[in-house]
Design a protein around this ligand. Structure first.
Ligand SMILES: [Zn+2]
Ligand SMILES: [Zn+2]
Length: 342
């Protein structure tokens, strides 16, 4: 579970101008449909994990062909392509490789949203098929033995968690609204960049909760903080499957790490003693972890995504060990999830 944030008052004061918000909704929807088709690079993960048996060359080629930076990418074609009905009963835009899907155990449930703002963000994510896109993508390479629900609901707070009793990932509309507001505050970003940031934030939190779900469902061994492992699983999936090239994947993860530092002001850092006893690493630590993994995965891509010298983000010791650290994570998940990857 994500530690509940307690700065609601401060945030609600930021307010959104309706005009800006509608503009954002439109661009976010368009950007997701046009630019975001993450069904492409499972090939990278599968190659590394040595699990290509189940995936034909043709499928990999087709998957690569619909990649965001693929040479033959055609926005118009992606938008005009007739939706493909999947067994989930939702329309699948574009030419995602997942049209081969025969059975899907990851089921999205849109709960009721209360209030204009939450209804708006619900419509935004539903109309742009953010979760459907992610589910189709995941379903292409992760085999779930039974149903896992991804439920969107009002929780009374900005939060997301996995419920092992009900086998449900719950993401609150309040959290989605918070992400929407957070994105809108990025004054130096254009509309496309804002839309991408929103998607990256939503995907990271969903994949973090999926990490908890996989640990529970597959009874994966964990000997450190499970919360850190959930961050590792989210980061690993993003880095290994989210781009036609490492740069896109790393940018997606670096974008998502914004969540951990959006409200972090080192000069005003004040941590309650008991926070050190929490199950989560502190937000700045989670941020630096993610940066270290991105850097360990591909140093050039990480530096490009950060737009700054890595020395501003990591200690010399962490920089030195980052590649080994990520390689260890990569090989660990390849072993732990081998039976469950398609
Ligand atoms: Zn968690
Ligand atoms: Zn896909």
């Amino acid at each position: 579970m994500k530690r509940p944030r307690n700065k609601a008052a401060e945030r609600s004061a930021t307010g959104l101008f309706m005009e800006d918000f509608m503009k954002f909704l439109f661009t976010a929807s368009a950007a997701v449909v046009i630019f975001f088709q993450p069904c492409f690079l499972l090939a990278g993960m599968l190659d590394t994990a040595g699990l290509t048996e189940a995936t034909t060359e043709a499928e990999i080629a087709r998957a690569r062909g619909v990649g965001r930076f693929a040479a033959d990418r055609s926005s118009a074609a992606a938008v005009k392509a007739p939706p493909v009905e999947s067994t989930q009963g939702h329309a699948h835009h574009g030419k995602c490789c997942a049209f081969k899907l025969v059975k899907c155990n990851l089921v999205i449930v849109y709960g009721k949203a209360d209030g204009k703002d939450h209804e708006a963000v619900k419509n935004q994510v539903r109309d742009s098929a953010i979760f459907e896109t992610l589910v189709e993508h995941l379903n292409f390479f992760i085999e779930l033995p039974s149903e896992l629900k991804l439920r969107l609901a009002m929780l009374g707070e900005e939060n997301a968690y996995y419920d092992p009793e009900k086998k449900e990932i719950i993401i609150s509309y309040e959290l989605l609204k918070y992400f929407s507001d957070l994105v809108d505050l990025q004054k130096d970003m254009n509309a496309d960049e804002k839309a991408e940031l929103f998607v990256d934030l939503v995907f990271f939190v969903t994949l973090h909760e999926l990490g908890h779900a996989l640990i529970d469902i597959f009874d994966l061994p964990v000997t450190g903080k499970e919360e850190d492992v959930a961050d590792q699983i989210a980061s690993w999936i993003i880095l290994k499957t989210f781009g036609d090239d490492d740069h896109r994947a790393v940018l997606s993860l670096v974008n998502a790490s914004e969540w951990f530092v959006a409200e972090f002001d080192a000069s005003a850092l004040k941590v309650e003693d008991l926070e050190f006893a929490g199950s989560h690493s502190l937000d700045p630590q989670r941020f630096y972890n993610v940066i270290a993994w991105a850097y360990g995965f591909n140093p050039d891509a990480a530096v490009a995504a950060l737009g700054a010298d890595i020395g501003e983000f990591l200690t010399d010791e962490r920089i030195e060990s980052a590649a080994v650290e990520f390689d260890r994570i990569d090989r660990s998940f390849a072993v732990l999830l081998k039976k469950y990857l398609k």
